[in-house]
Write a protein that binds this ligand. Structure first.
Ligand code: GUN
Ligand code: ZN
Length: 405
C-alpha cells in the first residue's frame, strides 16, 4: 500500500518531523517500508491535505466506565461509591458487557488510539468479552479485570482464589495473542485489595510474565486511608511489600508521592501513566512532572476514562501541558506529541509501534487538518491544542483499517 499524505512523526522527546508531502508505504504484513518526501510514482490513495501521525497510546482507562463519562465531579472515593461501583456492577450481565465492549473499542479506534492499557470490571466474563472485542476491532491492548476482595460493595468482591484462577485462564487464551494483546494483573488499588491477594497477584504476574497495573497516590484521603489500613510508612511501600513494583508495572496518577517514594519508584523501572484531565476533574491534584523527568521514569499519558472526560489523547496532552505550566514548567508541544505516541509505546514496552519509521508496524491515524495550516509548529499546535480541531478520519493498526468516518 502506497499512501500520499502530510506526515508528522515523533523523532525524539523534543523534536517532531513534518513532511508536507510524503510517501508512506506499508507492506502486506502491515510493516512500514518507506516514509519519505514524495518524489512521484504511483500511489493507492492521495490523502492530502490529511495529516498522518502514529496511532495514539492511552496508558490508562476503564472499559466499564464508558457510559459514565462526565459524571466524575467530586472527590475520588465519593465518586467511586456513588457513580462508579453501581455502574461496574452491571458488568455481571454478559449482554451489557458485550455491548459496552463494542462501544469502548469503537470509541478508542475513532479517537485514533491504537494501543491502550485497559481496566475491566471485577467480572472475568466481562474481561473475556473485552478481549474478544479488542481482537475483533484489531486494536493493540494490555488489559485485564480489576481485582477487588475488600472495600467495595459485596457484589463487586471476588476472593483471590477464583479471581486469580480466572485471570490465569484469561492469560492462557489472550496473553501474546496475535502479537497485539497482553494480559495485566490489576489489583484495583490498595484500598480494594487485601495484602494476601496482592501478594498472590504479584506472584502470578511474575510467573506468567504478565503486566501489573494499579492506581497510586491519587487522592489525599485515599493516601491517608491506605497508610492507616496497611499500617504502612507510605503508600508505595504497600505495593512494594506485595511484590507489585517492578519493570513490568505501570502506575496511574502518582500525585502525592514523597521524594523517597519517587526514588524507589525510579529504581524499580516501573512506568507512570499520567492522567491530567482526570486529576483536574476529580480535583485530585497535579502530578509533579519534574519528579518524573528528573529521574528518567518511563512516562505515558492516560485518559482515565471515565474520571477523564475524553478518549482523545491530544486533549490529554493539552491537559498535561497545562498541568506542567501550573507547576512553573513550560514544556514543549513536541514532548507531549512524543509521549502521546512513541514515548507511550516505549513506556508500555511496545517498541514495534509509536512512530512512522520503516521497520515499525503501521499503526497510524489520519487527521483532517485544514490545508491552510502549513507551518510545522502550527501543525503540531493545532493537533494538540485546538480543541475544536477537525476529527480523526481513519485509524489503522498494522496497516489494517480499524475505524473510518
Ligand atoms: N482508584 C480506584 N479505582 C479508580 C477508578 O476507577 N478511577 C480512578 N480515577 N481512580 C481509581
Ligand atoms: Zn483509573
Amino acid at each position: 500500500m502506497r499512501l500520499r499524505a502530510r506526515v508528522l512523526d515523533p523523532v525524539s522527546v523534543d523534536e517532531a518531523r513534518y513532511l508536507p508531502d510524503a510517501l508512506v508505504e506499508v507492506d502486506p504484513a502491515g510493516r512500514l517500508t518507506l516514509v519519505e518526501p514524495w518524489s512521484g510514482g504511483p500511489c493507492d490513495e492521495d490523502l492530502r491535505p490529511g495529516l498522518l501521525t502514529p496511532g495514539f497510546v492511552d496508558a490508562h482507562l476503564h472499559f466499564p466506565q464508558t457510559r459514565i463519562v462526565g459524571a466524575a465531579s467530586g472527590p475520588l472515593l465519593e465518586w467511586l461509591r456513588t457513580r462508579t461501583f453501581p455502574e461496574e456492577a452491571r458488568f455481571a450481565q454478559a449482554d451489557h458487557a458485550r455491548a459496552v465492549a463494542e462501544q469502548f473499542t469503537a470509541s478508542l479506534a475513532a479517537a485514533g488510539t491504537t494501543l491502550c492499557q485497559a481496566y475491566g470490571s471485577v467480572h472475568p466474563l466481562a474481561a473475556e468479552l473485552l478481549f474478544q472485542a479488542l481482537d475483533a476491532r484489531g486494536l493493540r491492548a494490555i488489559a485485564g479485570p480489576v481485582l477487588m476482595d475488600q472495600g467495595a460493595p459485596d457484589e463487586l468482591l471476588l476472593p483471590a482464589g477464583p479471581a486469580l484462577d480466572a485471570l490465569e485462564a484469561l492469560a492462557e487464551r489472550w496473553h501474546g495473542h496475535d502479537g497485539r494483546l497482553q494480559v495485566a494483573v490489576i489489583p484495583r488499588f490498595a484500598l480494594s485489595c487485601t495484602m494476601p491477594m496482592m501478594q498472590a497477584a504479584g506472584q502470578l504476574a511474575r510467573r506468567r510474565g504478565l503486566w501489573v497495573s494499579t492506581h497510586l497516590s491519587e487522592n489525599g484521603e485515599e493516601c491517608s486511608a491506605t497508610t492507616s489500613l496497611f499500617q504502612a510508612a507510605d503508600y508505595l511501600s504497600v505495593y512494594e511489600q506485595a511484590g507489585l513494583l517492578h519493570e513490568r508495572s505501570i502506575y496511574a496518577h502518582c500525585i502525592h508521592l514523597s521524594d523517597s517514594e519517587w526514588d524507589r519508584f525510579a529504581g524499580s523501572g516501573a512506568a507512570v501513566a499520567h492522567c491530567p484531565d482526570s486529576n483536574d476533574f476529580l480535583g485530585s491534584g497535579g502530578m509533579p512532572l519534574r519528579s518524573v523527568l528528573d529521574r528518567d521514569i518511563p512516562l505515558a499519558l492516560g485518559s482515565d476514562i471515565a474520571a477523564g472526560r475524553s478518549f482523545r489523547i491530544p486533549r490529554i496532552a493539552s491537559s498535561a501541558f497545562d498541568n506542567a505550566l501550573r507547576q512553573g514548567q513550560r514544556t514543549s508541544p513536541a514532548r507531549w506529541f512524543w509521549t502521546a505516541t512513541r514515548g507511550g509505546a516505549l513506556a508500555l514496552q511496545q517498541p514495534q509501534v509509536g512512530a512512522l519509521q520503516p521497520g515499525l508496524e503501521a499503526d497510524m491515524v489520519l487527521h483532517s487538518l485544514p490545508e491552510w495550516v502549513e507551518d510545522p509548529q502550527d501543525v503540531l499546535n493545532t493537533l494538540l491544542f485546538h480543541q475544536d480541531a477537525p476529527p480523526v478520519l481513519r485509524t489503522w493498526v498494522r496497516g489494517r483499517t480499524v475505524s473510518q468516518r
